[in-house]
Design a protein around this ligand. Structure first.
Ligand code: T5A
Length: 218
């Protein structure tokens, strides 16, 4: 018997996700977005994927560490959704049901981009797990920070030693970027694409405009 998807009873908060390939500036802009949301009068929880709970952070460790014996694409996909199931049950759904907003640095669109676009797993297979783990839950707003791959890798490379994903070839990240841009076209109502090649001040002006427009719809 198929397990039931999460039961979303009284979802009152908004769910905002931040997406993009490596080094596009998600971490840099998280605090700025948190402040914008708080200034609009809402409580917000900032979290990330893979991760966001002690167990999901342990799964993140497994996913990011470089390993001699590699990892099959299906294992990678299932670990992403295992971490997500934990994160949803313990952090995201309780917060939304309590009326808080949730700002999540990466969510299932990252799975479509990396495991789908990057690794070549079919969208249908990912959608099956999405339905299983999330039920009807989808983000209300997704900010996609878009940047040419070479620039993103250069920015990310300045920061720390490459993890398992960052060790992929540029062609992998080109597929990831194209998959994200395709998702933005498929979901124009919830996606906003931000040109992340601009100076940080201009990126944040664009983000603020997107958020102001979103607040106006509430
Ligand atoms: N993953 C994740 C999957 O494969 N499937 C999934 O389902 C999920 C959820 C970890 C990995 O997991 C994979 C994707 C990832 O490879 P992560 O830690 O969120 O996920 O991923 P990263 O992309 O590695 O996160 P990074 O921390 O590397 O990138 P950020 O956060 O986008 O970039 P940030 O903010 O650290 O900025 C990088 C550098 O650029 C500078 C910053 O100061 C920093 O030095 N910078 C700018 N410089 C100039 N101009 C600007 N506008 C700048 N903005 C930032």
């Amino acid at each position: 018997m198929a397990p039931s998807p999460p039961h979303i009873t009284a979802r009152r908060g908004k769910f905002i996700t931040l997406e993009g390939a490596e080094g596009v500036g998600k971490t840099t802009n998280r605090e700025f977005i948190r402040r914008c949301i708080e200034m609009s009068g809402h409580t917000v929880i900032v979290t990330r994927e893979p991760g966001g709970t002690p167990l999901a952070e342990q799964i993140r460790g497994l996913l990011l560490e470089r390993r001699e014996d590699g990892m099959s694409s299906d294992t990678e996909l299932l670990l992403m959704f295992a971490a997500r199931a934990e994160h949803l049950a313990r952090v995201i759904l309780p917060a939304l049901e309590a009326g808080a907003w949730v700002l999540c640095d990466r969510f299932t669109d990252a799975t479509y981009a990396y495991q789908g676009g990057g690794r070549g797993i079919s969208s249908e297979r990912i959608a099956t797990l999405e339905e299983w783990v999330q039920g009807a839950l989808r983000p209300d707003l997704t900010l996609l920070l878009d940047l040419p791959v070479a620039e993103g890798l250069q920015r990310a490379g300045q920061r720390s030693a490459p993890d398992r994903f960052e060790s992929e070839q540029a062609a992998f990240f080109e597929r990831v970027r194209l998959a994200y841009l395709a998702l933005a076209q498929q979901h124009p109502a919830r996606y906003r694409v931000i040109d992340a090649a601009q100076p940080l001040e201009d990126v944040q002006k664009n983000i603020q405009t997107v958020l102001t427009d979103f607040f106006a719809t509430l």
